[in-house]
Ligand binder design. Structure first.
Ligand SMILES: Cc1cc2nc3c(=O)[nH]c(=O)nc-3n(C[C@H](O)[C@H](O)[C@H](O)COP(=O)(O)O)c2cc1C
Length: 266
């Protein structure tokens, strides 16, 4: 079994590790130009962004070829998963493959623009993650087939988000453009930055570099707002304008070096 995953803060990596198989990081596959996978069972474990599949994963799934008898997807999310299964199914239909099984698991919501990470972590116990994880693992090992039931309203919500272009929401209604554009309006780096390079090494799209002139980090235009750079900054120097507070999150089972290994594009 091969388990492909993408993670910003470790939730999806924890789920992928728990499911098992040969773990393959999607950012590393993209970096190496590997898009064809062959095995009896193949799965993807990814976070949900904006009630749908994150754009970086959409691009990957559009290029991928899965040679297998059983293709599964597990989506990690925080509160509401919109119509993510319909989105995955539509991508697969377009590309000529089919998911045998799509499930989801509620975990800590890492969406910094609107949530207080301390409060989100406090809610973790109520989400009964281990219980749901055991049931998903059992489904996959018995090759259970099926997808999520999503309503017309879920689909309308997702389509609204897709049209909106994954722009972040927050209380101050900042003038922010679609992911990638005008990122400097949105993120800022404090002088406490020690230029350690962790932000660059956890960025799954290699969007962060050191600006030799200013000696500060600089962002290019490929950001799709996973917030890995912000959550893992050792000096807590990267911020979102209008964020609730400076508390950050990493899944308690996952170490920083695992995120670096998964996402590093350098
Ligand atoms: C840009 C962005 C958008 C998100 N949108 C949603 C959402 O619409 N609904 C939801 O329940 N969780 C949402 N989340 C929360 C993540 O899906 C959730 O925390 C996920 O488990 C993170 O996985 P990771 O640690 O593997 O990156 C969002 C997170 C980010 C960064």
């Amino acid at each position: 079994m091969k388990t492909l995953y993408f993670t910003a803060t470790g939730n999806s990596l924890y789920v992928a590790k728990s499911i098992g198989g040969e773990l393959l990081s999607i950012p590393q596959m993209v970096k190496e130009g590997i898009y064809e996978f062959t095995d009896e069972k193949i799965g993807i474990v990814i976070p949900l962004h904006a009630w749908s599949v994150p754009p970086f994963i959409v691009d990957f799934l559009k290029k991928a070829m899965f040679n297998c008898d059983y293709l599964f997807a597990v989506i990690t999310y925080g509160i509401y998963s919109g119509a993510v299964a319909s989105h995955l199914t539509a991508i697969a239909d377009e590309e000529g493959y089919k998911f045998s099984y799509i499930s989801r698991i509620k975990m800590v919501d890492n969406y910094l623009p609107t949530f207080d990470m301390k409060k989100e972590v406090e809610k973790e116990g109520k989400k009964e993650i281990e219980h749901h994880l055991r049931s998903i693992i059992s489904d996959i090992s018995s090759s259970k087939e099926g997808t999520l039931k999503e309503t017309v309203l879920d689909k309308a919500a997702m389509n609204y988000m897709l049209k909106r272009g994954n722009k972040p929401f927050n209380k101050k209604r900042l003038k922010v453009h679609a992911a990638g554009e005008g990122i400097d309006n949105y993120l800022y780096v404090e002088d406490s930055c020690i230029q350690c390079g962790v932000c660059a090494s956890v960025c799954p799209v290699g969007n962060i570099r050191m600006d030799e002139k200013t000696g500060k980090i600089a962002l290019d235009d490929r950001c799709f707002m996973c917030f890995a750079c912000i959550h893992h900054c050792p000096s807590n120097a990267i911020h979102i304008r209008g964020e609730v507070n400076s508390i950050r999150f990493r899944n308690s089972h996952i170490r920083l070096n695992e995120i670096v290994k998964a996402n590093n594009q350098m």
